[in-house]
Structure formats: structure tokens, C-alpha cells
Design a protein around this ligand. Structure first.
Ligand code: GUN
Length: 295
């Protein structure tokens, strides 16, 4: 079986092109503020990609880099200032935060109207209610990617593996909504799931978001399935000049020829997350300025 690679780049490029046109016609630039606490190397890479994305589409952006030992109160003060700043439409608090900081408290302090990550309880609640405002970027990006490649979720059995607040849980909710790009039958699997392989191997679509390198292979995924790999794991690769390489949560080499479609790592879901962050920031500004959705 030929396996179609669901590349994110063309979809991301289309979203960026649309945003550039809208920004050129807008009364002002949308503004995104990123709060990065600590020195997690993966977070530093993600944040630099977000900054580059803002540059490319012409958004105003600021990144606040704070040391790992910053007191929680200072982070909350900064969020308060950003909430009050009229040039800032979207606020992203990069996760994970250092352990000493209460992540829920910080996410809950973001003005829900600027919560472009969709992690505030109000926005998560609206998603549960079936009336989402800001949808978390990776779940939104996965739906957009599947739509672009004309892969319908309607009526499909989808196994979502992983229940994180960033991906698995909001994605499960989103996929179950009664709307054109979703309407799936969703099974949420996690570390407490008994006989994971029995569920995933029977699914039409498997979405892997567990952060374990190459955990799912041909025993866990059925022939002809559609596979979305959300994992970005760095593993040792002595044969590479850098000594490491990125792999996903599925064994892509084993699945090529076995499944109908697969998102590559890197270059699959990753570019979509950034595109959706910028789109959400645009929507935050458009909402504030009373623009219609096309600007
Ligand atoms: N860390 C990993 N992915 C994400 C994301 O989408 N948003 C935030 N804020 N932090 C992350």
C-alpha cells in the first residue's frame, strides 16, 4: 500500500499567505506576547519558531524570557500587564512551566479574550459546551491538516492516544463535535488504558500524542489506517552530524507501506500548530476591533 505523507508545510503556507493579506489591510498589526519561564531547550526552540512566524506574517510580537527561579507572583504580575496592554491581542504562556509555579493559576490569570492557546478554563468550557472560541492550536491544526487532504472524520472510529491538556483532551472533544470537519466516534486512550493495541488496531484513525519515541508500530495500528503523529522526540543518532534526530510517537519506518496516510515528523503537525497560533491571534484582534473574519 502506498502511504500518503500528510505534510504540514503547504497548509501552513496557505494559512500564512491568507494572514499576510489580512494584516496588510488591517488598521493595526495583531500583537502576540509569549511568556517563557525557565530554560527548557525544546520550549526555547518552539518559542523561536513562534517568533519567526510572527515576523513572517507581520505581527507585532514580544517574548518575555524569565529565569527558572522567577517567583510565581512576578509571572502573574507580568500576565496582568499583558492583559492590560492594548497592543497585545494574544498571550501565550509556554508550557511546561517550572514545577514551583502553579501552572493552572497562571493559565487562569490570562484574559480569556487574549487566550490564543485556548487553555483558560473559560475557553476549555466553551469547547466542552460545543461552542468553542479559541481552540488549542495543535488540535485545531490537526483538523485543518486532515481537511486540507480531504480526509473526513465523520463517522470514523478515532483513537486518541494521550490525554494532555495541550493535545489529547481538547482534540478528543473537538473531534466529537457535530460539525463538518469532525463528527467522529472518539476513544480516548491513556496510560490507564487496558489493552491499548486492541483499541488502536481497530481504529480508522490513530492520533498519537504521548511523547514516547516510536511507541506505536504495526502491532498497534491497523492496515490502511490514517495516522497523525504529534510526538516530537529527540533521540540519539550517532550516524547524524548532530548526534541526535527527531522522531515521533509512531514507528514511521515500519508504518510506511502499512497505513494509508501518515504525518511526518518533523514537518507534519508541527508547522500547523504555529499557523493556528497566528490565526487565533488574528481572530483575537479581529474580535477586539470589530472586524469581520476576513478583516
Ligand atoms: N508546549 C508544547 N506545546 C505547547 C503549546 O501548544 N502551547 C504552549 N503554551 N506550550 C506548549
Amino acid at each position: 500500500m502506498d502511504t500518503i505523507l500528510l505534510k504540514g508545510k503547504p497548509v501552513r503556507d496557505a494559512v500564512f499567505a491568507e494572514l499576510k493579506v489580512k494584516v496588510a489591510q488591517a488598521p493595526r498589526k495583531p500583537g502576540l506576547a509569549v511568556v517563557l519561564v525557565g530554560d527548557d531547550p525544546a520550549s526555547a526552540v518552539y518559542v523561536s519558531h513562534k517568533e519567526k512566524g510572527c515576523e513572517e506574517v507581520g505581527f507585532h510580537h514580544v517574548t518575555h524570557r524569565l529565569p527558572a527561579d522567577t517567583p510565581e507572583g512576578n509571572v502573574l504580575d507580568l500576565v496582568g500587564q499583558l492583559n492590560a496592554d492594548p497592543a497585545i491581542d494574544g498571550i501565550l504562556v509556554q508550557l511546561p512551566m517550572p514545577r514551583k509555579i502553579n501552572q493552572e493559576k497562571v493559565l487562569g490569570a490570562v484574559d480569556p479574550a487574549k487566550d490564543v492557546d485556548g487553555f483558560h478554563p473559560v475557553n476549555l468550557g466553551l469547547l466542552v459546551a460545543g461552542n468553542p472560541r479559541f481552540v488549542p492550536c495543535t488540535p485545531k491544526g490537526i483538523l485543518r491538516l486532515l481537511s486540507y487532504y480531504d480526509i473526513s472524520m465523520a463517522g470514523k472510529n478515532v483513537a486518541v492516544v494521550g490525554r494532555s491538556v495541550i493535545v489529547g483532551r481538547p482534540l478528543s472533544l473537538l473531534l466529537s463535535l457535530k460539525r463538518e470537519d469532525a463528527n467522529a466516534t472518539v476513544t480516548m486512550c491513556h496510560s490507564g488504558t487496558r489493552d491499548l493495541a486492541a483499541i488502536t488496531s481497530a481504529a480508522d484513525v490513530v492520533i498519537a500524542a504521548i511523547g514516547v519515541p516510536r511507541a506505536l508500530g504495526t502491532n498497534e495500528i491497523g492496515k490502511g489506517a490514517v495516522v497523525v503523529d504529534v510526538g516530537i522526540n529527540r533521540i540519539d543518532a550517532p550516524e547524524r552530524p548532530k548526534g541526535t534526530r527527531l522522531v515521533g510517537d509512531v514507528d514511521a519506518d515500519a508504518l510506511k507501506g502499512h497505513v494509508a496516510a501518515l504525518t511526518p515528523v518533523p514537518g507534519g503537525v508541527g508547522p500547523m500548530t504555529i499557523a493556528m497560533l497566528l490565526e487565533n491571534t488574528w481572530e483575537a484582534m479581529a474580535g477586539k476591533e470589530g472586524l469581520d473574519e476576513n478583516g
